[in-house]
Write a protein that binds this ligand. Structure first.
Ligand code: ZN
Length: 499
């Protein structure tokens, strides 16, 4: 969905200091994975398989205390390695032994184990910490939102550094156990299923489990007073929805929207294939935000997403991401179209199914809305740049490209591609280039030039390039009935969280 832009800062370069000759092969892990837009995101030298987060949060004071246990495999001989984390740390142990640590850059934690780590070994890293996450600022911003009754963390591309140490890049996905103690009468929500819950001495502990690979930014936590409803889909998938008890006039529209979660999931399965995770649902905390986010198994919806009433289109968008973005994650943040083009197009398909405007009518409308000299066409969805990563064009031109593909290859091949992509790349990572190649293979023709026109040229494609002539004149194309809900889910919600 749409989020804050974090302009990447200068890469913090670490100098490799002299090491004893006997340990010459052991070198520090890189401070980033080399992402095009966010060079400091993630780290080199290891791969995390599991996060166990044991937390305690006091809403009154905003104090978050935690012990994080990371299970990882080294991918090089390591003298030290980095974690991405911004909160205050008191102790780190690697394989049970105390490690030295120091901070650097915007959110780097440099960990030096007591003994160097050999390549290809399983390691455990235990980090103890305590801090007030809403007060920890990077570039004068915190992704942790305090609410009247708790706190919420759900942001893209950066969220994890405000609540757990990690290898913070979508290329390193892992499973999660998130256990959170909160004062009795308050709930804690996270991803997956609620494995257990118990109360002791005024605190209630909620134990959440997400058992399929999950990216750090898709891991969410919400503490507050919620009405939680549980159910199962026709296929037996657990459905857990939660709505803050403090939504005021938006309560009805929020409830009515996420009540459609099971139905939308079932319909999406008919388009994209089997649902990839162990639970589904959504939550609406009392956060004054317009945006929503595809947090895995349990999308986040800002309260203001329902200011204009019920919006099922935004629910469809976030659930579509469970296939496109969550199960199949991007390789690099420049590949954002792999997520947003498809989630936006799923809203067009939903509109078509609901009889509120076909995808072709929506394509005609979007095309006609933007004359050739509109800066809209300068944004290249295939690599929009960090500053335009969540620009309207990534969504609208991104979806338009898919309608053009549909016209070019025909419905049978097109819908075959929509279903086989998430199936064949399940739980993995992929790039825009991978999709171009994949679609070419499935359609039996090279689509390089076609996608260059639709995703990479900073100009409006010719009206006939969509496989049929698009409506050109703004006034000649009627607004599809679904357009306002579609646009409300993806447009103009920059900077609404007041950082
Ligand atoms: Zn999205």
């Amino acid at each position: 969905m749409r989020h804050r832009l974090l302009v990447p800062g200068a890469v913090a370069l670490s100098l490799v200091l002299a090491v004893p000759a006997s340990a010459a092969d052991f070198t520090p892990g890189a401070p980033g994975v080399g992402d095009t837009y966010y060079p400091e995101s993630g780290n080199g030298g290891y791969d995390v398989s599991h996060y166990d987060l044991r937390l305690k949060y006091q809403p009154k004071t905003d104090l978050l205390q935690g012990t994080a246990t990371l299970l990882a495999t080294t991918t090089q001989d390591l003298s030290r390695f980095n974690l991405d984390f911004a909160l205050k740390v008191s102790e780190i142990r690697v394989n049970g032994k105390k490690a030295r640590f120091a901070t650097s850059g915007k959110h780097e934690l440099e960990v030096t184990p007591a003994t160097p780590l050999e390549k290809g070994k399983q390691i455990s890293v235990v980090v103890r910490y305590a801090d007030k996450p809403s007060q920890v600022k990077i570039d004068n911003y915190s992704a942790w939102a305090r609410t009247p009754d708790g706190g919420v963390v759900a942001q893209e591309p950066d969220a994890a550094v405000w609540w757990f140490p990690s290898n913070d890049h979508p290329t390193d996905k892992a499973t999660y156990d998130v256990s959170v103690a909160v004062p009795d009468g308050t709930q804690a929500l996270s991803n997956g299923v609620l494995a257990s819950q118990s109360s002791k001495l005024g605190w209630t502990r909620y134990n959440w489990r997400s058992d399929k690979p999950q990216a750090t930014y898709l891991t969410t936590l919400a503490v507050g007073k919620f009405d939680i409803t549980t159910d199962t889909t026709a296929n037996g998938l657990p459905v857990i929805n939660a709505v803050s008890k403090d939504l005021g006039a938006n309560e009805g529209s929020a409830r009515a929207s996420i009540a459609r979660t099971a139905e939308a999931t079932e319909w999406l399965e008919s388009v994209f294939g089997p649902y990839p995770f162990n639970a589904v649902g959504g939550y609406v905390p009392n956060v004054p935000a317009h945006y929503a986010l595809e947090t895995q198994t349990r999308p986040f919806y800002g309260k203001k997403a329902f200011d204009r009433g019920t919006n099922v289109s935004v629910v469809v968008h976030e659930l579509a991401h469970q296939w496109y973005g969550d199960s199949v994650s991007l390789k690099d943040w420049k590949d954002i179209w792999i997520n947003e083009g498809f989630a936006a197009y799923s809203q067009w398909l939903w509109s078509e199914k609901e009889g509120e405007g076909t995808a072709q009518q929506l394509a005609d409308y979007v095309y006609a809305q933007h004359p050739a000299d509109d800066p809209f066409w300068k944004v290249r969805p295939g690599n929009p740049g960090a500053e335009n990563q969540f620009d309207d064009a990534v969504y609208d031109r991104g979806a338009l490209a898919l309608q053009a593909l549909r016209n070019k290859v025909g419905d049978k091949v097109f819908f075959g591609i929509l279903k086989s992509w998430p199936t064949e790349h399940r739980y993995g990572n992929a790039s825009v280039a991978d999709f171009v190649k994949f679609a070419g293979k499935k359609s039996g023709t090279s689509l390089d030039g076609f996608f260059d026109t639709w995703l990479f040229e900073p100009t409006r494609p010719a009206a006939g390039a969509a496989g049929r002539t698009l409506g050109v004149r703004h006034t000649a194309v009627a607004e599809p009935k679904s357009w306002r809900q579609i646009a409300a889910a993806t447009h103009g919600v920059h900077g609404v969280h007041g950082h």
